[in-house]
Design a protein around this ligand. Structure first.
Ligand SMILES: [Zn+2]
Length: 443
């Protein structure tokens, strides 16, 4: 028999985009049983109720992050992920990092692809209660063609490396999609576009034929499994939409035709611009080259008008941080995409919260059951000091988060024990360039 929770005295943001309202929330087992006057009436008849006084706090759905790579351990480069990581150790480390997410109010994530596809095992361990962490929906290995994915020349000519698998031709596509589904993938992930070595000046290019992308979707959809794609550039977006992809990451560099295709099918887009926003704003302080800073600034700038048009046309924009890299460490930036949506795309804070909660439930394949403070929905909640409908940035102030409830259970928010560096985990560098002129100036 589960616990009953009565959260009273707080102001509720329900995740639908509606204005905040004062209401109690009654939780029974894993679900929200009632809100408002109904909750106040029903609680009287229950024994064993744990009461949470939420006076002065905002009660809202736990955040959902639809782009979080929990196995990358804040990597500084793809090289690290491809060549420095071990399977069991990376899963163990991910189970520690999972707790950082809960402490930041993140109660669900979509992990699109992971080192050794081990997020699937972490998901199962969390679901069974062996490990504490957010709900997870998972892809397995990102499907990629040998011509190069986002990692350009680092992509091997075949096989599995890090988080991806190179597939050649129809036979391997069918085999791999079916194998991933059998192994427990909730989604199939495809790197639809990539930087092709020697052609990097052309930007990311679609690295699959239409026929290949069609086949991926055909095989996955036949099993009822959705397909998500990393897509930059018009051709990649167009082909992914034609193939009936269910979710697009980035979708930057679109042309009118690509944009219209998304609008016609109302395919959710997860722009994942947190990484770019962080490098654009803080890159100067962490040694990022000016060229890269400018590149990312432009990517945000170029996205503004197209994304505004998608929003106006009713296409769901959902929030993903792409956490898992040094520029977007776990636990720190899961709110940031909402800030990007407000600052650049003209959303109100309440609309941005809906993107990170009710709309994001789509990525968890739990639309209508998660990301809402409504009777019948799963009780994933957070209580925060302050009003995020006035200042979305509050959600990034973790110290303001007073309670996190996942699946009806209060989460222990006490600080995590510190840890040391793992040897051989990160890429060792030889340091900066030694200039002979600087060291041995001619006298
Ligand atoms: Zn990603």
């Amino acid at each position: 028999m589960g616990m009953n929770l009565f959260i009273h005295g707080g102001t509720v943001i329900d995740g639908t985009g509606a204005e905040p309202f004062a209401a109690s929330v009654l939780v029974q087992d894993s679900k929200i049983m009632a809100t408002g006057a109904q909750a106040d009436r029903q609680v009287i008849h229950l024994d064993q109720v744990k009461r949470i006084d939420a006076s002065g706090l905002t009660v809202m759905p736990g955040l959902i992050d639809s782009h979080c790579h929990l196995s990358f351990d804040d990597a500084s480069s793809n090289l690290e992920i491809f060549h420095q990581r071990r399977n069991a150790l990376s899963a163990l480390v991910a189970s520690y990092n999972a707790k950082k997410l809960l402490r930041a109010g993140v109660t669900s994530i979509l992990d699109p692809d992971s080192v050794f596809a081990n997020s699937i095992d972490l998901r199962d361990a969390i679901n069974a209660g062996y490990v504490e962490g957010p709900r997870m929906a998972c892809g397995a290995y990102a499907l990629i063609t040998a011509i190069g994915g986002t990692a350009g020349g680092l992509i091997a000519n075949e096989g599995i490396t890090g988080y991806y698998k190179v597939v050649h031709g129809e036979r391997e596509i069918v085999q791999e999609v079916r194998r991933q589904i059998k192994d427990g993938a909730d989604w199939i992930k495809v790197h639809v576009s990539g930087l092709v070595p020697h052609y990097a000046h052309l930007g990311e290019r679609c690295s699959w034929s239409q026929k290949e992308l069609d086949l991926i979707c055909e095989v996955a959809h036949d099993m009822g499994v959705p397909v998500m794609g990393h897509c930059r550039g018009a051709e990649a977006v167009r082909r992914a939409v034609n193939a009936n992809f269910d979710l697009l990451f980035h979708a930057t560099g679109m042309d009118d035709e690509a944009e219209q295709a998304i609008i016609e099918k109302r395919i959710p887009v997860c722009p994942s611009l947190t990484f770019q926003a962080n490098i654009a704003e803080f890159g100067g302080q962490i040694g990022t080259s000016q060229a890269l800073i400018d590149l990312f600034k432009n990517e945000i700038q170029d996205s503004i008008e197209p994304m505004k048009r998608l929003i106006a046309a009713g296409v769901p924009l959902i929030c993903g941080s792409e956490s898992g890299f040094t520029a977007v460490p776990y636990g720190d930036w899961h709110h940031r995409e909402m800030e990007v949506f407000v600052r650049y795309f003209g959303m109100t804070p309440l609309q941005a919260i809906r993107s990170a909660t009710a709309d994001n439930a789509f990525a968890m394949k739990m639309s209508g059951q998660l990301g809402l403070v409504q009777p019948g929905c799963y009780a994933d909640l957070l209580c925060i000091d302050g009003d995020p409908s006035q200042d979305i940035g509050l959600l990034g102030q973790t110290q303001r988060i007073r309670h996190v409830i996942k699946n009806g259970q209060p989460v222990d928010l006490s600080p995590l024990p510190p840890h040391d560096r793992l040897s051989g985990w990160h890429i060792p560098t030889m340091g900066n360039r030694i200039s002979k002129e600087a060291l041995m100036p001619l006298s």
